[in-house]
Ligand binder design. Structure first.
Ligand code: TYD
Ligand code: MG
Length: 456
């Protein structure tokens, strides 16, 4: 009889909406071809265990925050992204493209925490313990307190956690674990959601920090993205170009710290190493007097980053000029080319224009507009940008320069790296924290800025 109580629904793998009938397009989020047939058994939900403590309302002064002391993590770049260490009982999702270095990063973090704080359990559903051991050898990890487990059954994993009582656990990856109660395949939205909810329960119940690895789908979101992002406390993305060594760890949600914080790492033979001074690293290979190169000062979270932007304008050999953007938004490039053509009078209509951000990074901030436009003009006129100059500013459609946030911090970073001049929008007012070692040039429009920046 039990079987007849099973229900069949169709669950959207994007947003988790369920419908009694199949739809080609999810009625809730509009995604196509994402509805998957799912059998729902009665009572699959996690129930409160007998004897588990019930919560009662407490008065604010009576609550102590002592239990929330963060575990120290001797990896400052990672620690800062988390908001200053690992919060006990937190569930942290680390997402990223396959092969970007998620397993490597978390194995290194697990080893560091195990050296300072005690046993750490690293559960892999993707690699055998021998494979992980080989990687650990390569990374030079020798700690006694790191326990490896290959397992995909979540109930078994949780019983190991309850027995071992580690001070941190890593689940690599959330898409490979499954709950037997659910009939859908591992990696489906219902499995991912229920597994994460179960792990949240364990994390909060034991005060145990748990890191989940999540794969990114083709569309660029973690499978079952919205459901997972809502459940976990913190969402970090490891990004970067596979062909470049630099990796950015970005926090997009954090219940225990600021979001938009960024950690910079470099992938090498000994795994990921921290890059303490990224601006310096990104500028290392610059040719100072080359035409078509400009330095932008962008902000990643609270952190200023100096980046080299390169452009090449060359006469097209086809009827239709090409525009290629690498590291900046393509539409932003089209806009800047149009502004350069109409407001500055550059004849770009028969030019192929290529723009590249050095280091495989992506810039989404409009504050880099001025540097991008200047690099294009510099290449087109074959006139280099002054080598000691950095550029900051948003370019508007009338060719005007618009002010950007946190200019003082950007100026300080540029000064720190030895830039003696910075070109900024006219509306800027020097704040009290600005560095006096850098000369600030101002321009009202893009045309004015090019006159100041390019050497003829
Ligand atoms: P991995 O951590 O397995 O990626 P993910 O878990 O995100 O899928 O990283 C695999 C890549 O990292 C692989 O291309 C090899 C490279 N790598 C190094 O370059 N150096 C190293 O020391 C390690 C361990 C990996
Ligand atoms: Mg992996």
């Amino acid at each position: 009889m039990a079987k007849s109580r099973e229900k069949i629904v169709f669950v959207c793998q994007e947003c988790g909406a369920s419908r009694p009938r199949w739809h080609g397009q999810c009625p809730a989020c509009g995604a196509w071809n994402t509805m998957v047939e799912t059998v729902i058994k009665p009572e699959p939900r996690v129930r409160r265990r007998a004897g588990a403590p019930r919560n009662v309302p407490q008065r604010l002064p009576a609550i102590s925050a002592d239990g929330l002391e963060r575990l120290p993590l001797p990896m400052p770049e990672f620690s800062r992204v988390l908001g200053g260490g690992i919060v006990p009982g937190s569930l942290v999702l680390v997402g990223g493209d396959p092969g970007i270095g998620k397993s490597t990063l978390l194995l290194q973090v697990a080893a560091l925490v195990s050296e300072t704080s005690g046993d750490v359990l690293y559960v892999s559903g993707e690699e055998s313990v021998q494979q992980i051991k080989m990687r650990a050898d390569r990374l030079g990890i020798t700690t006694d307190h790191l326990l490896l487990l290959t397992e995909t059954n979540l109930e078994t994993i949780i019983s190991h956690i309850e027995q071992l009582r580690p001070c941190m656990a890593v689940i690599d990856s959330i898409q490979t674990v499954y709950l037997e109660d659910l009939t859908s395949a591992a990696g489906s939205v219902s499995q991912v959601r229920e597994s994460a909810a179960r792990l949240m329960h364990v994390a909060k119940g034991q005060g145990l920090p748990i890191f989940l690895v999540g794969h990114v789908t083709k569309a660029g979101a973690i499978a079952g993205p919205r459901v997972l992002e809502h459940i976990v406390d913190t969402v970090l993305y490891l990004e970067g170009d596979r062909f470049h060594a630099y990796r950015l760890l970005r926090s997009v949600k954090n219940r225990f710290g600021a979001t938009a914080e960024v950690g910079v790492f470099e992938m090498g033979n000994e795994g990921l190493t921290e890059v303490a001074n990224p601006s310096e690293a990104f500028l290392a290979e610059r040719l100072p007097q080359a035409a078509g190169s400009a330095i932008a000062v962008t902000m990643e979270g609270t952190r200023p980053l100096l980046l080299e932007i390169q452009a090449l304008a060359s006469t097209t050999s086809f009827g239709l000029p090409r525009r290629t953007a690498n590291g900046i938004d393509f539409n932003r490039l089209l806009l800047l080319v149009a502004v350069l053509a109409r407001r500055v009078g550059l004849r770009l209509s028969d030019q192929d224009v290529f723009v590249n951000v050095i280091g495989g990074l992506r810039v989404s901030e409009p504050a880099a507009d001025l540097a991008v436009a200047t690099a294009i003009a510099s290449s087109f006129r074959n006139a280099p940008v002054a080598a000691d100059m950095a550029l900051v500013g948003e370019v508007g459609l009338s060719g005007e320069l618009r002010s950007v946030s946190q200019l003082d911090r950007r100026l300080n970073e540029a000064a720190k790296l030895g830039f003696r001049r910075c070109l900024v929008p006219k509306s800027w007012r020097r704040g009290v924290t600005a560095n006096a070692n850098i000369e600030v040039l101002t321009a009202r429009s893009l045309a004015e800025a090019l006159d100041l920046a390019l050497i003829r």
